[in-house]
Design a protein around this ligand. Structure first.
Ligand code: ADP
Ligand code: MG
Length: 463
């Protein structure tokens, strides 16, 4: 019937507009490399901020003592403590706790948010017991993973440039987030020093490096997306400070804000962006990351309902609610292997209130999930390929058999198997068989938390 044909036409158009042939991915990777150079050349020189992290030494494995970490960057925040054993002993003990952030705090005041965090941290510190040994007479130290763009002033201070991922607390922008946290800690008498302020990519890089010295870059695919990597200090023209002894500097790319005319964008992406909390910004993030994939699918389904009566004569009201279809639910539908696509049927009913869906409809919805996830996964691979190009690790160098490890973390990468498999196979496709052998993707499980604690250790006031 005409209904099917119209729905199918919408789906085919989305498929065409989301296409990522390898030639396009190469253009995206090249654009990424160009923007990396521009962002390193001058402040404001590119959509890629290429932020200097002040981390010029990554963990070696010799770090020792009790350290805390706090990870804020999505809907949950985590507190953790690790007892580091020093040379050859690695992590002797670790404990963590996860607290979800009440939504009203994500758009309230800076003081309310940091008071809430400090209070949760104090509660966690109070449970310190067997197996954790604070050094006598010393202040406890904390690595603070704060995964929003920050203009770093030192390893342990930095001002918030802007919020992303659904946070919007105006009075915090421009403030030193360590100062804000410290104020809240002092208010409740929590005696703790923030020794390192990093974001999740840098934490993941540090955590990855602790276990494997070949780690060269870290990528987060979670609620948002970002990447960090180790750059040669003299390849950073905008850095006017002393050259670090190591000769290296970790760069926080803030690649979520990348954009390029080569990105395959659709009218659905445009509408999502316009209606978002941060229009015009984080365009790469909006086609790749977990916060948005389900929402893109919802928008297409909504169009199919409106223009092709895909779900019958009326548009299901719940389908009109932004962000109602979350990426984990999209992922569950995409991975449905039951012959009658029972999971898809169940999700449509439970989340969108749509019952009596036919197998034919369910199949189209799985295909839509595949189109949207595949685009995100292949563009992520192009981004990683861009970093490898910048590092000159996309080619075999004469006489060299160097391995490059990319540490990956984030709920999207971890749980959306079809996404991560596609991302990894696309990276191989871009690299070619021979080079692909020397590039390893490693899941750095909760590197961002441990990594921050490790960086607190290497930047302790007592070393
Ligand atoms: P954050 O990025 O908020 O710090 P995570 O790295 O844990 O936290 O990522 C959480 C995000 O991962 C969620 O917002 C969601 O988009 C995505 N995610 C979690 N579970 C799944 C899943 N099963 N399938 C697909 N995406 C998932
Ligand atoms: Mg995280």
């Amino acid at each position: 019937s005409g209904r099917w044909a119209r729905a199918m036409a919408i789906l085919r158009e989305v498929e065409e507009k989301c296409g990522t042939p390898i030639s396009k991915l190469r253009q995206v990777a090249d654009a990424m490399t160009v923007e990396m150079h521009a962002g390193l050349a001058s402040e404001g020189g590119s959509k890629l901020k290429m932020l200097i992290s002040y981390v010029d030494n990554l963990p070696t494995g010799d770090e020792k003592g009790l350290f805390y970490a706090l990870d804020l960057g999505g809907t949950n925040f985590r507190v953790l403590r690790v007892q580091l054993g020093g040379k050859d002993k690695s992590v002797v003990n670790q404990e963590f706790d996860e607290v979800s952030i009440p939504p009203h705090l994500m758009t309230g005041t800076s003081e309310e948010l940091f008071d809430f965090i400090a209070t949760a941290l104090a509660k966690f510190v109070a449970t310190e017991g067997e197996g954790f040994h604070p050094a006598p007479g010393r202040q406890r130290e904390l690595g603070f993973t704060f995964s929003f763009p920050v203009r770093q002033l030192s390893i342990s201070s930095g001002t918030l440039i802007k919020w992303t991922k659904g946070f919007n607390i105006e009075d915090a922008v421009g403030q030193d987030v360590v100062g804000e946290l410290t104020k809240s800690m002092e208010k409740i008498g929590l005696d703790m020093r923030v020794a390192a302020l990093v974001n999740d990519t840098i934490g993941t890089l540090a955590g990855g490096r602790y276990h494997n010295q070949d780690v060269a870059a870290a990528v987060i695919l979670g609620t948002g997306t970002n990447a960090a990597y180790v750059e040669r200090a003299h390849a950073i023209p905008k850095w006017h400070g002393l050259l670090p002894k190591s000769g290296e500097m970790v760069i926080n790319m803030e690649w979520g804000n990348f954009r390029s005319s080569h990105l395959p964008l659709t009218e659905y992406d445009q509408a999502l962006d316009v209606e978002s909390l941060n229009p015009g910004e984080q365009i790469f993030e909006k086609v790749i990351s977990g916060m948005y994939l389900g929402e893109i699918v919802r928008r297409v389904l909504s169009r199919m309902a409106e223009e092709a009566d895909f779900f019958g004569d009326t548009v299901p009201p719940k389908l009109q609610i932004p962000f109602i279809l979350r990426t984990p639910d999209m992922s569950a539908m995409h991975h449905d292997t039951s012959p009658d696509l029972r999971v898809v049927g169940g999700k449509l009913k439970d989340i969108l209130g749509i019952s009596n869906t036919s197998l034919k409809m369910r199949k189209m919805i799985v295909e839509l999930c595949d189109i949207v996830a595949t685009r995100g996964a292949r563009l992520s691979a192009a981004g990683i390929f861009g970093i490898l190009k910048k590092l000159g690790r996309d080619m075999v160098r004469y006489g060299e058999k160097q391995k490059s490890v990319i540490a990956l973390d984030g709920g999207l990468y971890e749980h959306y198997t079809k996404f991560s498999t596609c991302m990894e196979s696309t990276l191989k496709e871009l690299l070619g068989e021979e080079i692909a052998e020397s590039i390893v993707i490693e899941h750095s499980n909760d590197g961002s938390g441990i990594g921050a604690a490790l960086l607190a250790a290497s930047h302790s006031q007592y070393v």
